[in-house]
Structures are given as structure tokens and as C-alpha cells.
Design a protein around this ligand. Structure first.
Ligand code: CP
Length: 326
């Protein structure tokens, strides 16, 4: 068990080694058990987390805020537009000053080409851990919760299990590519054979693809790419199908929507789920475009684990906060 995570940032999925992620999972399962039993676990008494949001959230805000309270501390919800950031507070000011007030700084900033750089610059100036609540490249806490959920449903030995990470159609907005990118980085380290399915215009970042291939080589797992949703779903143990924008093709919302609208047939429905194994699970980080991205029958059906995934955000985030901010 790797125990010394105190003071560490979590910005990219590979910032923690596989062994360190194992530690996070062990602590998360323990904290989940303690919460179920009503056992106090105030490991962060009197500690305060700043939660700086440049983009909306339901689960991330709720789970970080509840998690800090359950650990005996407090989380301060700060919307960027209510700060002086637009009047001149730079990343350096935020890191230096918030680093002196708070015991950790969590940031969500998903703007293309801006968010990840922002987090790293705040981290350079901060004396306390920086936690990535989602940038345009990574969503590490979502993926830790996904991994915990997969282990709960499929066991700790995931070798030779097939996970499809598939693009799906959505009409609401061009969703970030951070979830599929973080999935293909983290899952090979835990033995899963990953198949990435998407239409040609929905590529992920080349450097992330290369890192994912490297992880797959290192951990001797499969990593394949297909442009067929059906081929991806076939014989899968884990179906993770969600939308993301064609951001490597265009960042223009109107042009992106035109491209996206060509692929309305990429919906997760019962017919496609029937291609996966009988005991396959369906995953989605939420929010989802119901009956556009995923049918009610699947998301509310027996194979769906979306609410367990959302719950596990709480437990993994508490684990990382307790390990890094104590
Ligand atoms: N899955 C997720 O990050 O949800 P929110 O955008 O609601 O925080």
C-alpha cells in the first residue's frame, strides 16, 4: 500500500501510480463501509477545500461538498464569475492566496485549450493540493468512481474483460472529451481490454491515444479502435457509451452540431445492449440526453449502474481528499 500521498495534486489520471490508485480504492471502500455503518470518520477536521467552478455541475459539487462535511471539514463553493478573476486575479494570485486560506483547491475548468493549463499554473503557485474536478483533457475523479463501480460489479480481477468506450449521439451541447480520454488512460492499468468506438470526426487527442496505447502495452491489455458502435458493443462486459464533441475536428459549436447530427443512430438502446454479454453493465457519468443518447429502457434497466457510479464519486473523492489533505 502506497500511503504517502499527502500534499500531492491530482490533475491527470496518471499522476497517481497504479499502486497509489489501489490505495485510493482501498480507502474509498473503507469510507463507504464506515458511512453505511454510521461510523464517524472525521479525518479532515477543521480543514477547508476551495471548490472553484468555471462550469456548471450537479454531482461534482454535491459530492465534494458532502464529502468534506462528512470528513469533518468544510467546502467553500466559489463560482469564478463571482470572483475578481475577470478583473485581473491570475493563476498565480489564485494559487498563492487560496493556498494560504485553504487546505486544498479543487477546480473545474473545461474550456478548450485553457482549462488544463489553468489548473497547472495554479498548482505551480499553490502550497496545497490541486484537485481536478474536470478540465478539457481529464476527469480523474469520475474515472476513479467508475473503476470502483466496475470492481463492485465484476470483481477485482478484471483481466480479459472487455470494456467498450463508445461515442453516443447527443443534441444538448458539445460535451468535453475528458471522460473517454481518462477512461482509456486508467482502465488498461487494471487489466481491462478497451475498445474505443466513435465516428471518424470524434477522435481523441493524439498524445492521449499514444499514452493509452503505452499503458495497454505495459499492462498487456487490449486496446482497439472501431468506427462501428455495434462492433464495439459485441461481447462487451462493460458498456460505457456517452457523447463528446468533435473537438479535434472543430471547436465551433454550430459546425460541431452539424457533424454530430449526422450520427443520430448512435443511441444506446436495448437492441445494441443485446449485442453485449448477458451480464454486461451499462455506465454513464451523467448528465445524459435521455432518449437521444440513451433510451429510458436501458438507463433505467437492470444492466444500468449509473446511480452507483454517481454515489461512488463521493467515496473516491473522500479517499483522495483524506490522503492528500490530512
Ligand atoms: N459526472 C459529472 O461530472 O457530473 P456533473 O457535471 O454534474 O458534476
Amino acid at each position: 500500500m502506497q500511503t504517502y500521498l499527502r500534499g500531492r495534486d491530482l490533475i491527470g489520471d496518471l499522476d497517481f501510480s497504479r499502486e497509489e490508485v489501489e490505495t485510493v480504492l482501498d480507502v474509498a471502500f473503507d469510507l463507504k463501509r464506515k458511512r453505511a455503518l454510521g461510523e464517524p470518520h472525521a479525518y479532515l477536521r477543521d480543514k477547508v477545500l476551495a471548490m472553484l467552478f468555471f462550469f456548471s455541475s450537479t454531482r461534482t459539487r454535491g459530492s465534494f461538498e458532502a464529502g468534506m462535511a462528512q470528513l469533518g471539514g468544510h467546502a467553500a463553493f466559489i463560482e469564478s464569475r463571482t470572483t475578481q478573476i475577470s478583473h485581473g486575479d491570475t493563476e498565480k494570485e489564485m494559487g498563492e492566496i487560496f493556498g494560504r486560506y485553504f487546505d486544498g483547491i479543487a477546480i473545474r475548468h473545461v474550456d478548450w485549450g485553457i482549462g488544463n493549463r489553468y489548473l497547472n499554473l495554479v498548482a505551480e503557485a499553490s502550497r496545497v493540493p490541486i484537485l481536478n474536478m474536470q478540465c478539457e483533457i481529464y476527469h480523474p475523479f469520475q474515472i476513479l468512481a467508475d473503476l470502483m463501480t466496475i470492481i463492485e460489479k465484476k470483481g477485482r480481477d478484471l483481466r480479459r474483460k472487455k470494456m467498450v468506450v463508445s461515442w453516443a449521439y447527443a443534441s444538448s451541447y458539445l460535451k468535453p472529451i475528458s471522460v473517454p480520454q481518462s477512461l482509456i488512460l486508467q482502465m488498461p492499468r487494471f487489466g481491462l481490454d478497451v475498445v474505443l468506438a466513435h465516428p471518424p470526426e470524434f477522435q481523441l487527442m493524439p498524445e492521449i491515444m499514444e499514452q493509452a496505447r503505452e499503458q495497454a502495452r505495459k499492462y498487456k491489455t487490449g486496446f482497439e479502435i472501431t468506427d462501428s458502435m455495434e462492433d464495439g458493443f459485441r461481447d462487451a462486459d462493460i458498456v460505457y457509451a456517452k457523447s463528446w464533441g468533435p473537438l479535434l475536428t472543430t471547436t465551433d459549436p454550430d459546425k460541431g452540431k452539424q457533424i454530430q447530427d449526422k450520427y443520430e443512430s448512435w443511441i444506446t438502446d436495448e437492441k445494441k445492449m443485446a449485442l453485449a454479454k448477458d451480464d454486461a453493465i451499462y455506465m454513464h457519468p451523467l448528465p445524459a440526453d435521455r432518449n437521444i443518447e440513451i433510451t429510458d429502457a436501458v438507463i433505467d434497466g437492470e444492466q444500468s449502474v449509473v446511480f452507483d457510479e454517481a454515489e461512488n464519486r463521493l467515496h473516491v473523492q473522500k479517499a483522495v481528499m483524506a490522503l492528500t489533505m490530512a
